[in-house]
Design a protein around this ligand. Structure first.
Ligand SMILES: [Zn+2]
Length: 335
């Protein structure tokens, strides 16, 4: 059994034996000894259920680093994981490069946020990859946002309001309680796709949930002083963090979601802050820092650059250190 592989764009390289195979895991499963035994019936049955057993680790493509990290927690050696984006990329908009298309073509499972976060690139990628097993609605297609209660679901949809997501705000990973819910469903999905390793997935899920529940309690307790803190955000990427910790968003630097901050809008925010003060300016590590710095220079508010996902800072190298770092950064800046 090969070790788990976390690929990022920076080092998305095939390794012999574990990289995408030209004909997927079925071909691998039916090589050598099985080939002679495979009657038409057996083959048809195997294709219908796409068994993961005897074919090496289950191949997972995660759209965002947090889901790559969660899959690693839940599957361990049973999965090889390819992350489509890294923490310093804007997950709303990436290019479907050839290595990514190849990874999706050979994937057994796609783990994405959903709720239209990837609407700008994933449908194209799925078309180009031509892998029936990971199309929407198939067991090989897992959407994390389906597992949680979404915030900011619009009452009406008007493109004039900017890049508003019809299904609600997709940035669910900033509340660790959401990650616990996603873990439960993702663990079940792994069992469904790879029943031969069900015992391993069940154990790992229980172990993760025990550690995660404890960590969430610790973070919630530590973050208590942040309750009620008024904040300015760059993109509306933190509603779940705000709801969890009781932060109050008073302004956003993007005039509309997905629209770059403009000088007139920034001036208006600066003016607004005189009557409605804030304590912190939040932005994600992947976002350009100029707008928040402009406002910081004039308002004297600290900018907090949150890692936002796994890999977004030197310290945030897994889901646990992601939240350790997030809470520490907020507390330090709030002082
Ligand atoms: Zn967004």
């Amino acid at each position: 059994m090969s070790r788990i592989q976390i690929h990022t764009t920076a080092h998305a390289r095939r390794r012999p034996g574990v990289g995408p195979r030209p004909h997927g895991r079925i071909a691998g499963a039916f090589s050598t000894t099985w080939r002679s035994l495979a009657s038409a019936t057996l083959l048809a049955g195997a294709l219908a259920t796409a068994p993961a057993q005897a074919a090496g680790p289950i191949k997972v493509v995660a759209c965002e680093p947090e889901w790559a990290a969660l899959t690693k927690e839940l599957a361990g050696n049973q999965a090889s994981v390819y992350a489509a984006t890294h923490a310093l990329q804007d997950p709303h908009a990436i290019q479907a490069r050839p290595s990514l298309i190849a990874a999706v073509r050979n994937a057994d499972l796609l783990v994405c946020t959903g709720a239209e976060l990837e609407v700008g690139w994933l449908p194209v990628l799925l078309r180009q990859a031509g892998n029936a097993a990971v199309q929407p609605g198939k067991p090989g297609n897992f959407e994390a946002a389906d597992q949680v209660t979404k915030l900011e679901v619009p009452g009406r949809l008007d493109r004039a309001d900017g890049d508003v997501h019809a299904e609600g705000n997709p940035h669910i990973q900033t509340d660790p309680r959401n990650i616990g819910k996603v873990a439960q469903a993702l663990g079940q999905r792994l069992i469904e796709l790879d029943p031969a390793n069900a015992t391993v997935y069940r154990q790992r899920l229980a172990d993760f949930q025990a550690r995660w529940t404890q960590a969430v309690q610790r973070w919630t307790l530590a973050a208590a002083p942040l309750k009620g803190t008024p904040i300015v955000v760059q993109h509306r990427g933190f509603p779940y963090l705000e709801a969890w910790l009781g932060l109050k968003q008073v302004a956003a630097l993007e005039p509309k979601p997905g629209v770059e901050p403009s000088s007139p809008h920034l001036s208006a925010v600066l003016q607004q802050l005189q009557g409605q003060p804030a304590k912190l300016i939040l932005r994600a590590a992947y976002q350009d820092g100029r707008a928040s710095q402009w406002l910081a220079d004039r308002s004297k508010l600290p900018v907090v650059v949150l890692p936002y996902t796994v890999g977004g800072s030197d310290r945030a190298q897994d889901l646990f250190s992601l939240f350790d770092e997030t809470i520490d950064l907020l507390l330090k800046a709030r002082r």
